[in-house]
Design a protein around this ligand. Sequence first.
Ligand SMILES: Cc1ncc(C[n+]2csc(CCOP(=O)(O)OP(=O)(O)O)c2C)c(N)n1
Ligand SMILES: [Mg+2]
Length: 561
Amino acid sequence: MPDGSSSNVRTGGQILVDCLRLHGVDTVFCVPGESYLATLDAFHDVQDKIDLVVCRQEGGVTNMADAWGKMTGKPGIAFVTRGPGATNASVGIHTAHQDSTPLILFVGQIARDMAEREAFQEVDYRRMFGEMTKWVAQIDSAARIPEMVSRAFHVATSGRPGPVVLALPEDMQTERADTEDGQPYRSAQANPGATDMDKFRDMLASAKKPMVLAGGGGWSAEACADLAAFAEANRLPVATAFRRQDLMDNRHPNFAGVVGLGINPKLKDRLDDTDLLIVLGPQLGEIVTGGYTYFTFPKPKQTMIHISAGVDELGKVYQADLGINAGMAEFCAAAKAMTPVDASWAGEAETAHADYMAFSTPPDMPGDVNYSEIVGWLSDNLPDDAVITNGAGNYTVWVHRFFRCKQYGTQLAPQSGAMGYGVPSGVAAGVRHRDRVVVSFSGDGCFQMNGQEIGTAVQQGVKTIFIVVNNGMYGTIRMHQETHYPKRKSGTDLHNPDFAALARAYGAHGETVTKTADFEAAFERCRAAEGPSLIELVIEPDAVLPTNTLSGIQAAALKAK
Ligand SMILES: Cc1ncc(C[n+]2csc(CCOP(=O)(O)OP(=O)(O)O)c2C)c(N)n1
Ligand SMILES: [Mg+2]
């Protein structure tokens, strides 16, 4: 409400910004557009209360908002312009959808009286974003902004979290209305019922070799602490899903490893051998099921208990023996409070953890830069609360395998497998945690999808350390090429810039590392730098996986032909 006024009459833009404040928003990511000038103008009035992070491309905007949603558990807020802005932004909406991240994207829209004429940059966002959002709508009346914005916060955070898109017609933002803004949103989660928990305990008590697979969205530090306490009391091995590695301290004696790409074969055997799989949170998608091969259809041979915050996830893909609709915090609190069962499988967690520790110990690799050793060094030397981010590519296999996450909220990585996530998520983490070490990994390909957000990092004065793992190619795809079409390289080579010089051109500190021994000193210089910094790691292209080479893959494929 404007100071000194007894009236609530405001423009749509002012109402919207007041509603964001009401719901606790203090940071917004944007690329400006003429389609939402009135809202930008309203942000001008709250500069001391809302930090407007101006990005370089809308893919950076939504990726940063996704990272913000992951870090805070509250919707990350993104503003972009119509047509081209919205289409650029879509990558982060897809990630938020697959990663179950709360996010609200506001899109400036053409004026209401121009709709359906293919006006300049006109898009119907309901059709465009329909499949990858929890809710998409257009606010056609300034008077309804409080209602619709409140609903957006509720929908994005309740049940299985996810993205919401709201279109804002340009003339609606200048329209004046007299509204009440209501109260801050309160997201809702289901609690497990007493019958659910009794059944759960009975099934656990009669198991011979149970294990937990934790993942999905909607977690919190407290939920993770309760999960650890439940696992300890019942001596359960706990694996985490792909890119949800920070749900348990990886050094915890019950931590069994990660079910994802490049899975530890011993963990895969364990999944196969378990007689009771407690799926706590994740969707049973392609990556955690090994391309839908780990479990039989439609009923897995293992007894399966699936707990999900989204009721629609239960019975999706696989038939579980028990489905429990509950939020992660709600379920974990109940599981912790449950009288522990007599764990006849005692010792399994210790064995599983020993398997994980052996698997996550760096081996030798070809070339002057031993990337395994470098990730291992970072794992051993960074503070426990350091935040690690990455995008997609083979370079992430090392990060996931040799970096041991120590606490919740330290891994920002797209389960959607979207390249270009590493840099913007690193910027967002730098803005959120100015007092923590943030290390962002990108491949040379991945970096060049959103590397321009280094400019945002410099403008924001964050201290993120960006590592670019340069092997001169889209390595993942080249690896698949050598597997299926050996010796027929096609469309996978990259001619790259001097990444350290590029960083310096932006005003960041830049380093190039060509020998393992030089990494530590380069990293320390980056930590001492005033603002962001970048280390280019020059990697031997043959070293395409921690334990296999491109030439080895090619030779095996040729032999098999
Ligand atoms: C946005 C997007 N485009 C394309 C792909 C397909 N893809 C997956 S990994 C990859 C190559 C990654 O290259 P780089 O970042 O250099 O990492 P490397 O595999 O070489 O370590 C590609 C093109 C993708 N996952 N996301
Ligand atoms: Mg590469």
